[in-house]
Design a protein around this ligand. Structure first.
Ligand code: MG
Length: 175
């Protein structure tokens, strides 16, 4: 039984912000003045599994735009990656329409004010433990993990378990 107060079997798609969600909100600042990012490899495993099992469509909508982001996330199977996003809600609505997704079929994970309209638009709004309080208050699920430290893993594991495609101890023992 999931600890999330939502029928996760409804979820067909998960949309992620990057900074403060898939990468921490606090990152090193390069000498060139450009903030660096971090990749959580256990998030990566769960994202790959979600895509390879055809359990979920994954999407990224981020205000960030840096070389390498598209490469990293397309490599792990995210087909739709919107970077340098201005109005995130417009992008989210257009993407959901293109995929024929109803709000109750979508989880959105965001950590700051620009994500709020998107959080309020979907059925399952999710915020990292260290998100802005406005996002935490709007969320049905506040993850135990802080941004960058396993937020995607925590959410995807719960959804994929409900869908029966998260590896069990027996699967793992049998390779
Ligand atoms: Mg963010």
């Amino acid at each position: 039984m999931s600890r999330i107060a939502y029928d996760l079997s409804l979820i067909r798609a998960v949309v992620f912000d990057i900074d403060g969600v898939l990468s921490p909100a606090v990152v090193p600042l390069g000498d060139d003045g450009v903030p660096r990012r971090m990749a959580n490899l256990r998030d990566g495993y769960a994202m790959v599994r979600a895509v390879r099992t055809d359990a979920l469509d994954l999407c990224i909508i981020s205000g960030a735009d840096a070389p390498g982001l598209r490469g990293r996330f397309s490599l792990i199977g995210v087909k739709d990656i919107f970077l340098a996003a201005g109005n995130k809600l417009d992008l989210l609505k257009a993407w959901m329409a293109s995929r024929n997704l109803a709000p109750e079929e979508v989880a959105y994970v965001g950590d700051d004010i620009p994500d709020l309209p998107c959080l309020l638009h979907v059925g399952l709004p999710v915020a990292p433990a260290d998100a802005a309080h406005e996002c935490r208050e709007a969320a049905i699920l506040v993850t135990k993990a802080a941004g960058g430290y396993g937020v995607a893993r925590e959410l995807l594991e719960e959804i994929l378990k409900v869908k029966g495609v998260w590896p069990t101890t027996g699967d793992i023992a049998n390779g």
